[in-house]
Design a protein around this ligand. Structure first.
Ligand SMILES: [Zn+2]
Ligand SMILES: [Zn+2]
Length: 110
């Protein structure tokens, strides 16, 4: 027999279950084969863990805890709520963050 076809990559489904048409969903998409439930759960868990990891790499706003790609000079996200403005003003920087340096200049500014 040689090669054993593997089940799904998450390790929860037998080859037979992994090969179900529509991934185990009925044609109307309303019913899921019970043997695929664990798979969906694992898939969801893996996805949310990946999102968590991605967001963990981002700096967090000191004020609201929002993960953001770029913090401003005050260590805040780009929100301009009163709380964010007040925090910036207290640190002596503009209440509304200046545009990213890349947006300024670059030669062709009119
Ligand atoms: Zn599976
Ligand atoms: Zn914030």
């Amino acid at each position: 027999m040689g090669v054993v076809t593997k089940g799904c990559k998450l390790g929860c489904c037998s080859p037979e279950v992994a090969g179900l048409p529509n991934g185990g969903w009925s044609e109307d998409g309303l019913h899921l084969d019970g043997r695929r439930r664990e798979h969906l759960r694992r898939e969801w868990a893996a996805t949310s863990a990946r999102i968590d990891r991605m967001q963990a790499d981002y700096p967090k706003c000191k004020l609201c805890g929002q993960s953001t790609l770029r913090l401003d000079a005050a260590g805040l996200c780009s929100k301009v709520t009163d709380a964010h403005k007040a925090y910036r003003v207290r640190l002596g920087i503009p209440a509304v963050p200046a545009p990213a340096p890349a947006a300024r200049g670059r030669g062709g500014r009119r």
